[in-house]
Write a protein that binds this ligand. Structure first.
Ligand code: NAD
Ligand code: LMR
Length: 316
């Protein structure tokens, strides 16, 4: 049976890379048939029509159906997975928090739509989780995830996540460059604390702004890759690998207050339940900076795992 996957902001630039990747099986597997539901706002329906034509013209064997809509009631009904990308991106000179006024209302409305229309009839999985998964990408992603969750009170918080994988991927690429190894080969220790605490952290932190300055548009290809990595690892599990996802804090781990959507290092089991990698020794430097940024939604999305990465000289 085809999986029903919702992608919002489907006429936008991230979606333009993401749709092809999902539709050809990079995320849910090379054998899994897909019904793609594409949501955007009414003025973008013409553009979205063109995107649908292109998807059709890719002649992809897994793609059994494409539904383009501007109606949340249609979009959120019976979904198995949702990638909530549709939101305003920042431009040069803006902070992510400047997007709150424009974007929070989108996630309020979509949270309510999830609560009302998403697949609640499915049999819960063995551990009581509903099977569908939601990743929030629109910025500021962690705050928007919190809003979305708040307006979907009947859906367990553990079904929601915020995308922080792009920052992990950036960190991994920087470390690979420093070590002179391929990205999968980042197992050696980086011994240069000065580089880790300064250049490394600031280059990962500022990378989004650097891309915007250069492209005059925010990251899209790399964001789409990260969304695919995030959802694939949630869907199929990570075995012993650690991955970064913004998830709800239960207040018991690393001193992060309960209820905050925060990026933790996680492993994901075969049953799609995530588990925080607990008990890592966080340096004073890391903790200080983490606390510093705790209330800053623009920074907290990357800060936690970056500092764990820096402290542990890296196993990603
Ligand atoms: P874009 O402007 O190219 O596309 C956004 C699309 O969303 C547009 O087509 C727009 O019409 C649509 N949209 C707006 N309101 C909507 C709604 N209510 N429902 C459905 N669709 C709606 O932007 P983009 O470059 O694709 O970026 C999308 C978002 O992702 C931005 O907020 C950006 O900051 C964020 N982003 C997050 C990360 C991350 O790591 N979390 C990475 C990159 C980008
Ligand atoms: C990124 O980090 O590239 C995204 O969060 C987009 C942005 O505004 O920086």
């Amino acid at each position: 049976m085809a999986l029903k996957v919702l992608i919002t902001g489907a006429a936008g630039q991230i979606a333009y890379s993401l749709l092809y990747s999902v539709a050809k099986g990079d995320v849910f597997g090379k054998e899994q048939a897909l019904s793609l539901v594409l949501l955007d706002i009414p003025p973008m329906m013409g553009v979205l029509e063109g995107v649908v034509m292109e998807l059709q013209d890719c002649a992809l064997p897994l793609l059994t159906e494409v539904v383009a809509t501007s109606d949340e009631a249609v979009a959120f009904a019976d979904i198995d997975a949702a990638m909530l990308v549709g939101a305003m991106p920042r431009r040069e000179g803006m902070e992510r928090k400047d997007l709150l006024a424009a974007n929070v209302k989108i996630f309020k409305s979509q949270g309510a739509a999830l609560d009302k229309y998403a697949k609640k009839s499915v049999k819960p999985m063995s551990h009581g989780l509903l099977s569908f998964k939601v990743v929030i990408v629109g910025n500021p992603a962690n705050t928007n995830a919190l809003i979305c969750k708040k307006y979907a009170p009947s859906i367990p918080a553990s079904n929601f996540s915020a995308l922080t994988r792009l920052d992990q991927n950036r960190a991994q690429a920087q470390l690979a460059g420093k070590l002179g190894v391929a990205v999968e080969g980042v197992y050696e220790a980086v011994q240069d604390d000065n580089w880790l605490n300064n250049e490394f952290i600031s280059s990962v932190q500022q990378r989004g702004a650097a891309v915007i300055k250069a492209r005059k548009l925010s990251s899209a290809m790399s964001a789409a890759k990260a969304i695919g990595d995030h959802m694939r690892d949630w869907w199929f599990g990570t075995q012993s690998r650690w991955v970064s996802m913004g998830i709800i804090s239960d207040g018991n781990t690393y001193g992060i207050p309960e209820g905050l959507i925060f990026s933790f290092p996680l492993t994901v089991g075969e049953d799609r339940s995530w588990k925080i990698v607990d008990g890592l020794d966080i340096s004073d430097f890391a903790r200080e900076n983490s606390n510093l940024h705790m209330n800053d939604s623009a920074s907290s999305k990357w800060i936690h795992h970056i500092f764990i990465v820096a402290k542990y000289n890296i196993i990603l």
